[in-house]
Design a protein around this ligand. Sequence first.
Ligand SMILES: NC(=O)c1ccc[n+]([C@@H]2O[C@H](COP(=O)([O-])OP(=O)(O)OC[C@H]3O[C@@H](n4cnc5c(N)ncnc54)[C@H](O)[C@@H]3O)[C@@H](O)[C@H]2O)c1
Length: 447
Amino acid sequence: MIEKVCVIGLGYIGLPTAAIFAKAGYHVLGVDINNKIVSTLTKGNIHIEETGLRKVVTEAVQSGKLKADIKPAPSDVYIIAVPTPVHDDNTANIDAVIQAVQSILPYLRKGNIVIVESTVPPGTIQDVVVPMLKKAGWVLENNDIYLSYCPERVIPGNILHELIHNTRIVGGYTREAASESAKVYRKVVKGEVLETEAAAAEMAKLMENTYRDVNIALANELVKISKKLNINAHEVIRLANKHPRVNIHQPGPGVGGHCIAVDPYFIVEKAENEAKLIKLARDINQSMPSFVASHVKLLISHIENPKVALLGLAYKGNSDDIRESPAIQVYRLLKNLNGIRINIYDPYIKQENINIDLVSLDKALSEAHLAVVLTDHKEFKQFDAQLFIKNMKTPVIFDTRDCISLKNNGIKVYKIGHLKEAEEMTENVIKSRKMKYKVNIKKVKKN
Ligand SMILES: NC(=O)c1ccc[n+]([C@@H]2O[C@H](COP(=O)([O-])OP(=O)(O)OC[C@H]3O[C@@H](n4cnc5c(N)ncnc54)[C@H](O)[C@@H]3O)[C@@H](O)[C@H]2O)c1
């Protein structure tokens, strides 16, 4: 009988997971190596922004069902949700997974269920976790320990809902492990719980995000083609997606977050010669921050000491998540330009969580020559044209997310999918300035 659940890693995945098990009545111990996170949770507070999470965590802590500590304790189920970033060479860094498995070894008892939720390269359960458990004396083929891989596929901003309602894939090292682990999820999940092998579950998780990365790369490539051919890529995508079996994704300033921007590399690492399309898609998406930065430069090229407002730093709308954020890369590419002044506004990110200065919206827009929308926060979609007209020196917006819908004569919005007109505008301004200059020279000469 399952009474105690221990969740290792209390981030965007681990904390909501711990919270829903606690809400379902289990005694949950959340474990994190970060002392600050543990003390924040112990007080019933949370350290990440996620819809509805504060209430569930506070209630769970107050009821005594959710506790936090820096080290594990004996439990019936161990769920590992620690980070798996990439090294500088884009290979997976699974050190935290290894440390997490190491940390539970002293507490394991026969019949325990161990589930890895962290995203890992294909074969990690078989090649890394299984040997660790075997070395500790457990015979997994006999189901001494039920070992499974169960990936997460939630969307930040709606994690609590999706944790419960999404279909889950449970890949067991043995058939019995899949079955026992699936029973755990069925206690809290209302969606389907599919049982399979660990390696298939690992690869399914990676292919989900790779599918999206490749599709976004296609949209980003269309942006570049459309600029060359002077076509509106947004209109093309809208029309093409009317086909009943076509779903081209949205272009943007690049791909961020801990999943889509990272997971495809885990496949490339294991099958470099075969994963050609996957690698190319990564390269295309990685090129987008510099594509955006070069068009910001273009749009301000005729302005002396330009002031630019960057709107949104999070990698996706309605979230404070800045991991791998392309908006931050855009900022880094622009910040050292000669004479440029940059102000950044993001309504979701708390200043204490980022070492880049943020300002209020009014301050960011005040006297600005260009506003660059880098994140599709819902507040940005409701922007009023007057805000830009009143505050900015020149009310010009570069919308890299196609999320601004301002129709006003006093304002100019350039969309990432229709940049030829931005180029033409800049060329015209520069040309007209040269003409004026020539006229002026003649005037000076006459005088
Ligand atoms: N965030 C998402 O939307 C998402 C979606 C699907 C899958 N994933 C995957 O889930 C895993 C966790 O992601 P996340 O977003 O929750 O990460 P996160 O960085 O938000 O949180 C991870 C937490 O684990 C803690 N930690 C690190 N090493 C530890 C250890 N040895 N013992 C205990 N705690 C440790 C960190 O201090 C941190 O608080 C990753 O593999 C990620 O790729 C994330």
